[in-house]
Design a protein around this ligand. Structure first.
Ligand SMILES: Nc1ncnc2c1ncn2[C@@H]1O[C@H](COP(=O)(O)OP(=O)(O)OP(=O)(O)O)[C@@H](O)[C@H]1O
Length: 257
């Protein structure tokens, strides 16, 4: 049987007296789109933050390709090929689109022998950023040197998603990637999610948008009260089943009430 590329067992995350993750398990398999759904406050963001180094779990184990990992920061997770777009987007508003796309992994010109300081290769970074945004079809953005603070909410979200899709080599995590987007832009992001999967990179998609989830997900992880309640196949369950499970109105077959 195929092994999960990213796996977690018994994750616990407490914020003071609030237990956001309560012995939570998680599995992401190669090449799949896994949606994570759950009610507000169920612990979905805490789960992906723990998986991507933004918070450190109090207990439990995370493995990437079979090896135990402990990420001290999102930067460390990125160095391992895990790219995450959080709801809060983590961008530097005063920097340009290109600078934001390359944050922490800037391209540099070849250095003069013996010189420690190498100049940023802006033309190469700008061309790459332009190409990625073009591919995403989000090029209502006129100027790649524009500061991110001057973009609309939807455009910012587009830049963040393009960045994750461009650099995520092992896992791409998207927390509500279409929340600020219009119908047309949402469609492009859904297409992009499928493109990323077709490159063989698995995706974790957190979304409250059931039609989007049921359209793209291969499997749906239902999160309730800080833990994984069950995983369903969207072809075998309806959206109202999923909503009933996540709100506790109904218990899925095979799960203890
Ligand atoms: N930094 C924090 N400090 C204190 N409590 C927190 C913090 N982050 C999350 N929590 C709490 O942990 C619980 C789970 O929150 P989390 O954001 O993970 O849920 P969620 O499922 O992503 O919710 P939503 O769908 O509303 O975004 C909530 O009760 C929340 O108030």
């Amino acid at each position: 049987m195929t092994e999960p590329i990213l796996k977690a067992r018994n994750l616990v995350k407490r914020y003071g007296r609030v237990t956001a993750l309560d012995h939570c398990d998680f599995d992401l398999f190669p090449g799949e789109i896994l949606a994570v759904i759950g009610d507000n406050g169920a612990g979905k963001s805490s789960l992906i933050k723990a998986l991507s180094g933004a918070v450190q779990p109090n207990e439990g184990e995370i493995t990437l390709e079979g090896r135990t990992v402990q990420f001290a920061s999102p930067l460390e997770a990125r160095a391992h090929g895990i790219e995450c777009v959080y709801q809060t987007l983590a961008m530097s508003p005063a920097l340009s689109i290109a600078d934001n796309m390359f944050m922490g992994r800037e391209l540099r010109k070849p250095g003069v022998m013996g010189s420690l300081f190498r100049q940023l290769d802006r033309p190469r970074m700008e061309a790459f950023a332009r190409q990625k945004l073009n591919e995403l079809g989000l090029m209502t953005i006129q100027n790649i040197n524009q500061a991110v603070e001057t973009l609309s909410g939807g455009q910012r979200q587009g830049v963040a998603v393009a960045r994750a899709a461009a650099f995520g080599s092992k896992v791409v995590v998207l927390d509500e990637p279409t929340a600020a987007l219009g119908v047309k832009e949402s469609r492009r992001v859904l297409d992009l999610i499928r493109d990323v999967r077709s490159r063989g990179v698995p995706i974790i998609l957190i979304s409250h948008n059931m039609p989007h989830v049921f359209e793209v997900a291969d499997r749906i992880h239902i999160h309730r009260l800080g833990k994984r309640l069950c995983v369903i196949n969207p072809k075998e369950h309806t959206m109202s089943d999923a909503v009933a499970y996540m709100t506790g109105a109904r218990v899925p077959e095979g799960v203890a009430a």
